[in-house]
Design a protein around this ligand. Structure first.
Ligand code: PMP
Length: 391
């Protein structure tokens, strides 16, 4: 039997970029001790009080079907959070609760683009982006950002690619580059969206992980609330990756359409997860800073380690739980370097090429292991790069 072309085409015929990661997991399966600096998962687990609240909610009977758009309590809590952080009036009618940010990305493209439409995204990109667009039967159109601009997008590059497109997907703080888009960048993007009548899908799942500058939600820019869909998630801000709880913020009528989609796809998010998410959000910003703090610390460690050599350079690390390292001075591709580092030192990283051609010759390092081990791994990586550069 033949599966649909839509499903068969999700990967676009190429590699999914996870080869080094999979090889590392195979080595671990064979008993090799591998230092994993690959995926965006905290090295701490969800805090016990959040789990206790989840348990309380489940024992209190919140185990049946929950309201498809999300519980009123969580929608209100998310709306208040968004309004407080952005100043844009936001009510529960602007909020759909989703099973994580990933399904929100899918739903946001589903509600803005028809089959066959073109959807724009920026390179380097989070690994699922092109597949998400293909998954809704649309054509992804890649727009390269440039290493020489520290991967801040140029509005002119987006405008040049915008003809005939329906939507633009952006992500700040950015995975994989760690770059936070400046106000000027976002104003330029907003202008292109207005000029070309594009929906803006803004993935803000790292909004609590900002080390430099400030997080600006483009929905708060003039005229943007009517054309912006913002994706958020409990995963990164509250170390709740496995709970699968996220949201989309958008205009009321779009949220109404998204509720129809949710009714026919996910049928909502478990009530006990939503209750625990309300509890987690009520812990306030001090708790969110506590979750973000290990990455802030490790970024400082990385800046110190990298200052002591000149083979590897750090793309300005302004936010998110990753470092983007420029290895072009070694003359190797990110893929070659990541494979060689794994073989020589059992340190697993992600080649820049896994996130698009614009990140060729780079390496993404997740800051997701304990400080001392992280520092030791980075020192080994730098020494190895030096050996490679000397050929
Ligand atoms: N967007 C970006 C940029 C991400 O890095 C991730 C997860 N790594 C997601 C969305 C999805 O996160 P989740 O589905 O866990 O909310």
């Amino acid at each position: 039997m033949q599966v649909s072309q839509r499903i068969g085409g999700i990967l676009g015929g190429g590699s999914d970029g996870w080869d080094v990661f999979n090889r590392a997991r195979d080595m671990i399966g064979d008993g090799v001790a591998v230092t994993e600096l690959t995926i965006g998962e905290h090295d701490i687990r969800t805090a016990a009080p959040i789990l206790q609240d989840m348990h309380r909610a489940a024992m209190a009977g919140h185990t049946g079907y929950a309201a498809v758009p999300g519980t009123n309590a969580l929608r209100d809590t998310v709306a208040k959070r968004v309004q407080d952080r952005t100043g844009v009036k936001t009510t529960r009618d602007n909020v759909l609760i989703t099973p994580g940010g990933q399904s929100a990305l899918y739903a946001a493209h589903m509600v803005t683009c028809d089959a066959g439409d073109t959807a724009l995204y920026l390179d380097p990109f989070y690994a699922t982006y092109p597949g998400t667009i293909r998954g809704v039967s649309c054509t992804p159109r890649r727009i390269a950002t440039r290493a020489e601009d520290a991967f801040q997008p140029r509005a002119a590059d987006i405008a040049a690619a915008a003809e005939g497109a329906k939507s633009l997907l952006i992500n700040s703080p950015n995975n994989p580059t760690g770059v936070v888009y400046s106000r000027a960048t976002l104003e330029g993007i907003a202008q292109v969206c207005t000029d070309h009548d594009l929906w803006l899908i803004s993935d803000e799942v790292y909004d609590t992980q900002v080390w430099e500058g400030e997080h600006i939600s483009p929905r708060a820019l003039p005229g943007m609330a009517e054309r912006a869909l913002v994706v958020g998630s409990m995963s990164k801000s509250h170390a709740m990756t496995g709970s699968r709880c996220g949201w989309i913020i958008g205009p009321e009528d779009v949220i109404g359409d998204l509720i129809n989609l949710a009714t026919h796809t996910t049928y909502g998010v478990p009530g006990f997860i939503q209750d625990a998410s309300v509890y987690a959000l009520e812990q306030g910003t001090a708790f969110e800073e506590e979750i973000a703090d290990p990455f802030r610390r490790r970024r400082a460690i990385a800046q110190r380690v990298l200052a002591g050599q000149n083979t590897v350079s750090l793309v300005p690390s302004q936010g998110a739980m990753y470092l983007m390292l420029d290895l072009r001075s070694t003359g190797m591709s990110g893929e070659e370097f990541a494979n060689a580092l794994l073989d020589a030192h059992q340190i697993a990283t992600m080649p820049g090429e896994s996130f698009g051609e614009a990140a060729a010759g780079h390496l993404r390092v997740a800051m997701t292991i304990e400080d001392d081990a992280f520092e030791a791994a980075l020192k080994t990586l730098c020494a190895f790069a030096q050996t490679c550069a000397q050929g």
